[in-house]
Design a protein around this ligand. Structure first.
Ligand code: AMP
Length: 250
């Protein structure tokens, strides 16, 4: 079984986001970038399926600038067998990514495609769902457990109020939730080996996809500074402050 994993290069989750002075976008100058955490979980799950003998090949794919190859090399160091880089310097929105990934699925014919449930930069949470709609494949979003049985995939999903178990017919698209697994760290020898693993570069034109966005980014603002809280000495003082200072009760 071939598994395709989509990984996105995003700002490292530890970095405090800065907005450009002209508010046109987030400032990426000298900012540490990393693989989106939900994509790390996707790679880990694919590699575990390979280690269990369920998957035969793990292919990592990304859409982004040349620098996004770093994240593909990370995926290769974590255990992916080869990588596909769809190179573009344009800002690509979810629909364009989904259209490109559909072309990759048409060419590669993976039995399972794993994406993160959301990218932590734009928080869109829509690429996997769009990809399932475009390909017509079954989808299990927010997976916290995956079990492959022949041509079926049981997906346990985290939903409000509990867990839902779905049975999908393969080929299928899955998006990962936080509790699916705990990703491993890449070991130095594996980082070295990853440099020699195959990485193929294509352009959106090679795949016949127009990535022009129908969405314009107008302005980016930093959230308003939050004021520090206070401790009150008694319920009476709390009620007084809610009435007379916050004016949220009368
Ligand atoms: P989003 O819908 O943007 O929140 O992203 C959800 C998931 O879609 C990510 O975790 C990735 O698995 C995949 N994805 C989004 N953008 C890209 C990209 N540029 N390249 C590869 N995968 C992507």
């Amino acid at each position: 079984m071939k598994v395709l994993v989509a990984v996105k290069r995003v700002i490292d989750y530890n970095v405090k986001i800065r907005v450009k002075a002209d508010r046109s976008d987030v400032d990426l100058t000298n900012v540490k970038m990393a693989m989106n955490p939900f994509c790390e979980i996707a790679v880990e799950e694919a590699v575990r399926l390979k280690e269990k003998g369920v998957a035969t090949e793990v292919v990592a794919v990304t859409v982004g600038p040349k620098s996004a190859q770093e994240q593909l090399r990370t995926a290769l160091a974590l255990g992916a067998d080869r990588a596909i880089h769809i190179e573009t310097d344009e800002r690509v929105d979810s629909l364009a990514v989904a259209k490109l990934l559909k072309q990759v699925i048409d060419e590669e014919q993976p039995q399972l495609t794993i994406l993160g449930k959301q990218a932590i930069d734009t928080d869109n949470n829509q690429t996997g769902q769009m990809l399932a709609a475009l390909t017509g494949l079954s989808q299990g979003t927010f997976a916290s457990k995956l079990e492959v049985q022949d041509d079926k995939l049981a997906v346990t999903r985290e939903i409000d109020g509990g867990l839902q178990r779905l049975e999908l017919t393969l080929p299928a698209i899955v998006t990962t939730d936080l509790r699916l697994n705990e990703p491993r760290y890449a070991k130095l020898p594996d980082i070295m080996k990853a440099k020699k693993k195959p990485l193929e570069t294509k352009s959106p034109e090679d795949l016949g996809v127009d990535i022009a966005s129908k969405v314009s980014l107008l302005q980016v603002e930093t959230p308003a500074e939050r004021k520090g809280g206070i401790k009150v000495g008694s319920v009476d003082e709390l009620v007084d402050k809610l009435k007379n200072e916050a004016k949220v009760i009368s």
